[in-house]
Write a protein that binds this ligand. Structure first.
Ligand code: FMN
Length: 277
C-alpha cells in the first residue's frame, strides 16, 4: 500500500507507447488487483477488464485528442449513467492505474474515444464505458523531447492549496494546522489527474465535525455534459483514500443531507475519519 503513495507521486500521463505487449505476469497481477478492488464509495461493484489488441492488427483505434502513439492495451468497464456511478468508476480505475504505475506500466486516461470499437470485445453495452485507460510501456524519450515536455508540463501542474481546500465555507482557505495525515491526504488529492487538467475538485473541511465535504466545480461545460468531471472527482477521492489508509486512518464515506452547495459547486460526498489524531 505504501508503494501506492510513491506511485501517486510518480504517475504522469504516458502518450507514446512501445508496441511491446504488457508482460503476462503483470497482466495477471493487475487482473487479480482488479478483482479485489471493485467496490465504489457506496459499495457499488464495477467490473473492469483489460483488453489487448494485437498491435499488428488493422483494427486500430483512432483517438482525436492528444498525441497518443501505439495504443494496443485498454483498461475499461461499464458504469451506470449516473453521477455516483461515474465517480465510482474514476475511484476504482485510478487505483488500478496506480498499481500499474507501481509495476512500471505507463497509463493515460482517455475521455473521448470510439465506444463502438469495443463492441467485439465482450462488452455488453459499449455506450456505457465512461472513459478508458491506455496501458503499456512508455517509449524512452530523447533528451530533446524530455526538455520539450519539461517546458509544457507547466500545463499539467496543479492549483495551489488555497484554491482547492477550505474551512467551513468557500471563502475561507484551509490552514495546514490540521493533523499532518490530513495534509498529506489533501496533497495526494492535489496530484490527481483530471480531464484537460481542469482540477474540478473542491474540499471544505468542517473542523467541529471532523468531516471533509467534497464538491465538484464544473470548469468545462463539455466535460460536465459528458460526465468527465464526475470521473475526475472519483480519481481525486481514490488518492485521498489511499493516503489516509497508508496513514492507518479509517473512516466513513457518506452523503450528508444538510450540506448545501457552495457557489456554483455541486456537493458530491463527505468523509469522516473515525480516528482523530
Ligand atoms: C477523465 C479523464 C479524461 C482524459 N482524457 C484524455 C484524452 O482523451 N486524451 C489525452 O491525451 N489525455 C486525457 N486525459 C489526461 C489529462 O490530460 C491529464 O491527466 C492531465 O493533463 C494531467 O496531466 P498528468 O496526467 O500528466 O498529471 C484525461 C484525464 C482524465 C482524468
Amino acid at each position: 500500500m505504501e508503494n501506492l503513495i510513491q506511485a501517486i507521486k510518480n504517475r504522469h500521463s504516458t502518450r507514446n507507447f512501445n508496441s511491446k505487449p504488457v508482460d503476462k505476469t503483470i497482466l495477471t497481477e493487475l487482473k487479480s488487483f482488479i478483482k479485489q478492488n471493485n467496490q465504489g464509495l457506496n459499495g457499488e461493484q464495477i467490473t473492469l477488464d483489460i483488453i489487448e489488441v494485437n498491435p499488428a492488427s488493422d483494427k486500430k483505434m483512432k483517438l482525436d485528442y492528444g498525441m497518443i502513439k501505439n495504443n494496443h492495451t485498454y483498461l475499461l468497464g461499464e458504469a451506470n449513467k449516473s453521477v455516483i456511478s461515474r465517480m465510482n468508476y474514476g475511484y476504482i480505475v485510478e487505483k488500478v492505474i496506480l498499481k500499474a504505475t507501481e509495476l512500471g506500466i505507463g497509463c493515460c486516461w482517455i475521455g473521448y474515444f470510439d465506444n463502438e470499437y469495443f463492441k467485439d470485445y465482450k462488452i455488453s453495452n459499449p455506450g456505457n464505458i465512461p472513459a478508458i485507460v491506455i496501458l503499456g510501456y512508455a517509449v524512452e524519450l530523447s533528451s530533446f523531447t524530455k526538455n520539450f515536455f519539461k517546458t509544457i508540463t507547466r500545463s499539467s501542474s496543479r492549483k495551489d492549496w488555497n484554491d482547492l481546500f477550505f474551512e467551513n465555507s468557500s471563502n475561507n482557505p484551509l490552514s495546514k494546522n490540521i493533523p499532518h495525515e490530513y495534509v498529506q491526504a489533501l496533497e495526494m488529492l492535489r496530484l490527481a489527474p483530471s480531464a484537460g487538467n481542469t482540477q474540478p475538485w473542491r474540499v471544505v473541511y468542517d473542523r467541529r465535525a471532523n468531516t471533509f465535504h467534497f464538491f465538484k466545480k464544473p470548469v468545462s461545460k463539455r466535460y460536465e455534459k459528458d460526465g468527465l468531471h464526475d470521473i475526475d472527482l472519483g480519481i481525486a477521492l481514490s488518492h485521498f483514500d489511499i493516503a489516509l489508509q497508508v496513514s492507518k486512518i479509517a473512516g466513513k464515506w457518506h452523503f450528508d443531507e444538510i450540506v448545501k452547495p457552495e457557489n456554483n459547486w455541486m456537493y458530491m460526498i463527505s468523509y469522516t475519519p473515525s480516528v482523530s489524531s
